[in-house]
Design a protein around this ligand. Sequence first.
Ligand SMILES: Cc1cc2nc3c(=O)[nH]c(=O)nc-3n(C[C@H](O)[C@H](O)[C@H](O)COP(=O)(O)O)c2cc1C
Length: 358
Amino acid sequence: MNLFTPFESRDVTARNRVMVSPMCQYSCEEEDGLATDWHLVHLGSRASGGAGIVMSEATAVTPRGRISPKDLGIWSDNHAEALQPVTEFIESQGAVSAIQLAHAGRKASTNRPSDGHGPVHGDRGWTPVGPTADPWPYADDEPLATERLDTDGIARIVDAFADAAARSVEAGFDIVEVHAAHGYLLHEFLSPVTNTRDDAYGGDFEDRTRLLREVVTAVRNTVPEGMPVFVRISATDWLPDRDSWSVGDSARLARDLERLGVDLIDVSAGGIHPDQQVPDTGAHYQVPYAERVAEGGVPVGAVGKITTPEGADALIRNGRADLAVVGREHLKDPYFAVHAAEKLGYDAPVPRQYTRGF
Ligand SMILES: Cc1cc2nc3c(=O)[nH]c(=O)nc-3n(C[C@H](O)[C@H](O)[C@H](O)COP(=O)(O)O)c2cc1C
């Protein structure tokens, strides 16, 4: 087994084990969540670049679930239609397309990084929702009034993920990933740092994980049997000084999710609170979390400073992960997988049009 051994999950086979990590592009021109030429060229280039799986950025299941006004969305049939050329092109390049379904929760209505982060107040902004009315604590800005979801609101979130999954199938995606990491809505319900509810959706592990389990069940019941469902989690809140989400919780959750038909856990970390104590983020810094989650037998993707062909290949060869999920290195080099294959001596997935260049 190596980086270029095909990855099989249900009816889907990826040509290799390089996955493009979901990365927000904040590039919807009209602030309407519709995919543009940027999304086609950005995701399409990574497909031409040889990745096995090309994952979209966090794609909002409702308008209020966007991180910024410029985020991609999939809350209407028009959104699915706008994404269809993207999935068709990815497929034409021999890659598998995946979509990350997301809701930003209390971290919604913020400026994109290139506009200076911070909350969007006023007409361009909106009221975020969360497990409680506690807002995201901005360091230098007035927090946004945040709405606590009641049980009807929670039911609508579950429906929104299911509807988004149905539209993802219509749009031609091969895999759906539920985003339950980085301090966004589903993570906010998982973590005792942000979830202090005392109803069926807050309290002990069972109650805090209920919303994610409902979302995953609804998504699994919506998409075809042969379509893989992934879930991205933050393995730890990086808040050892308080009651918080731990790697042990993640390992337990992964086993529960596998029983509900989840095919892979994409193991990231952090994002729940600005007080987080981020450890040394050297090469492969989150891989030990993926290994711990994999102990229960569920396939895992490892992410975080995987930047070299040798490093990515070693992860797979040594059985530390099933997928090497590569983020920022793909921003620098859309051809990461082709270059990796060339360097490591595997058959490089070079587009037919470019063979004379390699
Ligand atoms: C520009 C940018 C946008 C990102 N957007 C998302 C996102 O939409 N969803 C997500 O789960 N993670 C997102 N991330 C996190 C990455 O997917 C990845 O987990 C992180 O960058 C660590 O991997 P890396 O060291 O390979 O970049 C983003 C990261 C970057 C740099």
